[in-house]
Design a protein around this ligand. Structure first.
Ligand code: AIR
Length: 205
């Protein structure tokens, strides 16, 4: 019979980035993890400026009890892929947009991994979803975290329905005064916010 694995006491998620200049983007992931009560660490590890440190970090992560790595970088964004090449842990890549090329350089650097070395890539600057995906991965086999995620999903559904009600009401008002044009004042059928427009469980975001 396999020996029971002792519960890790250190952080479960590592949020790493190529430079502290990425933090404004990566903070969303950190905030989501905090909202769900997931222990985490935040580090700067550069694939190009501190490659030895990066490799050492990647080799040691699983042994330290880290379960998921969220890695963000911009430009020649090799950090997520290089980490994925030296750890068996799931790596979620966040392409950080720099002032040139709108983040397309970062996106392609992260998403176009060779077969055998997967990186789960989120949208450009999409670190909030990276945090949520890490929570979902950790929720496998964790009923409490699964329940928290279900609650979160209900919250974002409520937010979307409230938006629907608000726009429907606005459309009805506009329609009373004038022609509603091409089918009313409905929006694009999606949140106009930063992505999901939601707060986490007990959160404020
Ligand atoms: N970077 C740092 N080392 C390797 C890479 N690709 C990235 C950072 C940041 C960008 O370079 O992830 O997005 C610019 O970093 P800085 O420190 O010049 O602001």
């Amino acid at each position: 019979m396999a020996a029971a694995r002792s519960a890790p006491t250190g952080p479960l998620v590592a949020v790493v980035m190529g430079s502290s200049s990425d933090l404004s983007v990566m903070q969303d992931a950190v905030d989501v993890l905090a909202q769900f009560g997931v222990t985490h660490e935040v580090r700067v590890v550069s694939a190009h400026r501190t490659p030895d440190d990066m490799i050492a970090f990647g080799h040691a992560a699983a042994g330290r009890g880290i379960r998921v790595v969220i890695a963000g970088a911009g430009g020649a964004a090799h950090l997520p892929g290089m980490l994925a090449s030296v750890t068996p842990l799931p790596v979620i890549g966040v392409p950080v947009a720099l002032s040139h090329l709108d983040g397309l350089d970062s996106l392609l650097s992260i998403v176009q991994m060779p077969r055998g070395v997967p990186v789960a890539t989120v949208a450009v600057n999409g670190s909030r979803n990276a945090g949520l995906l890490a929570v979902r991965i950790l929720a496998i086999g964790d009923d409490q975290l699964t329940h928290a995620m279900e609650e979160f999903q209900l919250e974002i559904a409520d937010t979307a329905r409230a938006q629907d009600a608000g726009l429907s009401e606005a459309g009805a008002s506009a329609g009373r005064g004038a022609s509603a044009g091409r089918g009313g004042s409905a929006g694009r059928g999606e949140s106009a916010g930063r992505g999901d427009g939601a707060t986490g469980p007990g959160g404020h975001g």
